[in-house]
Design a protein around this ligand. Sequence first.
Ligand code: ADP
Length: 469
Amino acid sequence: MRRASLQVKFGLSYILVIAAVLVFMNTYPLIVSENLVVRSKQTTLQSSVSVMVTALSGLEELSEENVASAMTLVEDTGISRILVTDAAGRILYDTRETDGAVGRYGLYTEIVQALRGYDAFYADFTDGAFRSRAASPVIYRSQTIGAVYAYEYDVEQATLLLTLQKNLLRISAAVAGFVVLLSLLLSRMLTRRFGVLLEAIRRVREGAYSYHAEIGGRDEISEIAEEFNSLSDRLQTTEEARRRFVSDASHELKTPLAGIRLLSDSILQTEDIDDATVREFVGDIVQETDRLTRITENLLRLTRLDSGIIEPAQSVAVAPVIERVVRMLRLVADEKRVGLTYLVEREQSVRAGVDDLHQIIYNLTENAIKYNRPGGFVRVTLGGTEDECVLRVEDNGIGIPEEDMPRVFDRFYRVDKMRSRAAGGTGLGLSIVADTVRRRGGSIAVSARAGGGTCFTVRLPAVRREGEA
Ligand code: ADP
């Protein structure tokens, strides 16, 4: 229904504009030419009449005889009929030979007006002919002694005018036909293109995100279609990421749950199980439960990040947070015989949440220890410039293969699944770090260290300290 109305609207507006142009084209030129003809008739007829008036002007009184003799001197002007009347309106002279009006009273409006002392002219265009009449008074010593009246009947110019009219009509009809056809065609084309777009929108709404609106051309509609296609591409990507996330998350949760189930079954089904074994199994169950807790905590954190819920930002000094993290991880590092040091090249403050900053430094440092070798080292360095805080966490551990580097920030991505799991990893640590850094207006990059191992670099906008030039 709506489609038809769009087509009708386009078509109608087009046709209306053209109709207005055609009406103008069929009236204005005709009115102008008619006026031109009438004006030229007036000049010629009135000048002819004034020639005749001049011929009669010497006469003291008008009579049939002296008028007739005076009129023989007037050249034939081709005027259809000429009448001369006396002061009372009685016709003294008539050029019409058969059925002449001599002797009768010729009280035409123009004659009456002329006898009152005025020049008169009237013309009309009817029945395919121009009829024009002119009359002027004949004056002798300020006395109106009669009137000269001329009447012209012209078909020639009228025919020309009628032909013009007919031609204009013909051209208009052709133009109108063409325009109607064109507007139908154009509006059809337009609605078809809109139809394609509409169909694509419906399909995508129903979940077919890969559906594309195929519209050719280089106009606004094809631009809309292109924008729409990239929108649905994005939807598809987001949808795929969401699905993958849900399936990965369920999988990650399933593994420790299955472990707990298995351990519990073993305790229940083993007859005469000794205390030491029970303690060992329950210890494993506790470990798996810890893992579940870590995963759910991380998932919650990611969901909060996704929905934009973040800690309120405040100016946080970075060095004390590093100190705290190093203190917390010292024992773990010692246990793995990894040397853990930190270096403050430049004191920095950033606008973030204290927890956010702690999480970023903790996750990176913990990874550097986890994926290390006995005898290795981990170094956290704080530096940068007045405007930018640069935080580097380096290690000379097992390193990340070049091809895995772009993916380590993906959710649940691990280079070595077994090793990550054995180390208590969830595969979510780096994606939480990357999301948090981005939310605080910063960036994170990973690179291989020259002497082996890995280097993570976090850049955050620095807060300028008071009193610093
Ligand atoms: P996990 O919980 O598995 O540590 P992360 O998201 O923190 O998950 O890290 C993703 C993967 O990146 C890890 O499984 C590990 O394979 C790799 N990785 C992270 N940090 C380092 C590092 N410093 N050295 C080597 N590999 C690392």
